[in-house]
Ligand binder design. Structure first.
Ligand code: LLP
Length: 400
């Protein structure tokens, strides 16, 4: 049997990252503070696998997942566009060499200023989230004497069985528009045909999707709606299937993730077969999560009557996912084994909250003060969600 593919693993008992098995040990000699460590070879491999599975589909990377300039430049060189959600992201995209035509502008709270910036630059399309937003875009476009492409983000009220905080395709979520909004949306389009060019529909059902049946249901629901709109608006030629494809944080089954991608691609091509449409997709996590790890140092080992705490120099202020979603990230020691056997640890941070934890009840080889730990798969929604709570210093970011 061939060996399972892994991005983070032990090689001769030392922890290594990426296809080129770069040793993480080399980083500790100059260690100053918690460090996000990225490997662009992993990112490149993931993008290429994604693009190969979805030929003809344009990838707009959701840059909220990781907006480091080197990550964006790498994606640019691989021919990706970007899904952006703020004026700040638009500026960063420009600085990294993306043309306005490579940007889709999403987000529920687009301000007057951001819409003006978008129209001034001529972004490829605006994914509209509400009727008042469409009216606002039309008003500003008229004032500026500009035209813009608009796509309607529809909310099909479909459950993808993910954490409630990252589900977005249900009617109790703030995202997208119900099919019952369409008559009024069409009226606004017709009243403003000199400045609004209707291009199509989009959806994004949420993040960390593993069961794809909701995604299939959503495409089945949206296809006839798209076809009807296309009859009325001949400019309609775009179908954006959103992002959200999940990864397996706890079991590290890379092959299973690639199989999930294949299933996702089959659903897209089956459900949208024969449709006159440019298909777009907005992946974030699937591309970038494995490409980053967080290096941290054990400050104290604290034993209570019921727990062994490893108190480290990073925490919820650098990696919020465990606290916010109860997310599981694997924790690794830099060396594979110690002679002393393993112990169960809660890995916790310095922040003055009991919710400040990175991992609970993990079997790790027996730790010493000063040891280094590596938190896996933090390339997506890691550094970007940091805060300076407790006025803690930010983490560093380095590329191997
Ligand atoms: N498109 C839109 C409109 C989105 O809102 C998002 C993510 C994506 C695409 C990319 O989704 P992805 O492929 O990365 O799942 N902080 C959370 C995830 C929030 C996702 C927000 N929207 C986490 O750490 O799990």
């Amino acid at each position: 049997m061939s060996k399972a593919k892994l991005y983070l693993q032990y090689e001769k008992q030392k922890l290594v990252l990426g296809p080129q098995k770069k040793a993480l040990f080399s980083l500790v000699s100059n260690y100053q503070r918690p460090t996000y460590v990225y490997d662009l070879d992993i990112l490149k491999e993931r993008v290429q696998i994604f693009q190969k599975a979805l030929p003809g589909v344009q990838v707009y990377y959701a840059m909220k997942a990781n907006s480091h300039p080197q990550v964006l430049q790498c994606l640019h060189s691989l021919g990706c566009g970007l899904d952006v959600v703020s004026g700040g992201e638009i500026r960063r995209a420009q600085e990294c060499g993306f043309k306005p035509q490579a940007l889709i502008y999403s987000g529920v709270g687009k301000t007057h200023k951001e819409i003006r910036q978008t129209l001034e630059m001529g972004l490829e399309q605006i994914n509209v989230e509400s009727i008042p937003e469409l009216r606002r875009i039309a008003k500003i476009a008229k004032e500026m004497n500009k035209k813009t492409n608009v796509v309607f983000r529809l909310n099909p009220d479909v459950d993808i069985e993910t954490h409630p905080y990252i589900a977005t395709g249900l009617h109790n979520n703030k995202f997208g528009m119900a099919f019952t909004d369409l008559p009024e949306l069409k009226t606004v389009l017709k009243e403003n045909s000199e400045c609004l060019i209707f291009k199509g529909v989009s959806l994004h059902l949420g993040s960390q999707m593993h069961n794809l049946s909701g995604f299939r249901d959503a495409l089945k629901l949206l296809r006839p709606v798209y076809e009807d709109l296309q009859k009325e608006f001949p400019s309609c030629d775009t179908f954006d299937v959103g992002g959200g494809l999940g990864i397996f944080y706890d079991t590290q089954e890379i092959e299973a993730e690639e199989k999930l991608l294949q299933d996702y691609a089959n659903i897209v091509f089956t459900e949208l077969k024969g449709l006159r449409a440019k298909i777009q997709t907005e992946p974030g996590r699937w591309l970038v999560a494995h490409a980053g790890v967080l290096l941290t140092q054990v400050q104290y080992l604290k034993k209570t009557s019921v727990k062994n705490f490893a108190i480290v120099d990073t925490g919820m202020h650098h990696l919020l996912r465990p606290t916010l979603y109860g997310a599981h990230h694997r924790v690794w020691t830099l060396n594979e084994k110690s002679e002393n056997g393993t112990k169960k640890y809660d890995v916790v941070g310095p922040i003055c909250e009991s919710g400040d934890f990175l991992a609970s009840d993990r079997d790790l080889s027996e730790l010493q003060e000063g040891d280094f730990l590596v938190i896996g798969d933090v390339g997506a929604y890691g550094f970007v969600m940091r805060s300076d709570y407790n006025l803690q210093d930010p983490p560093e970011e380095v590329f191997l």
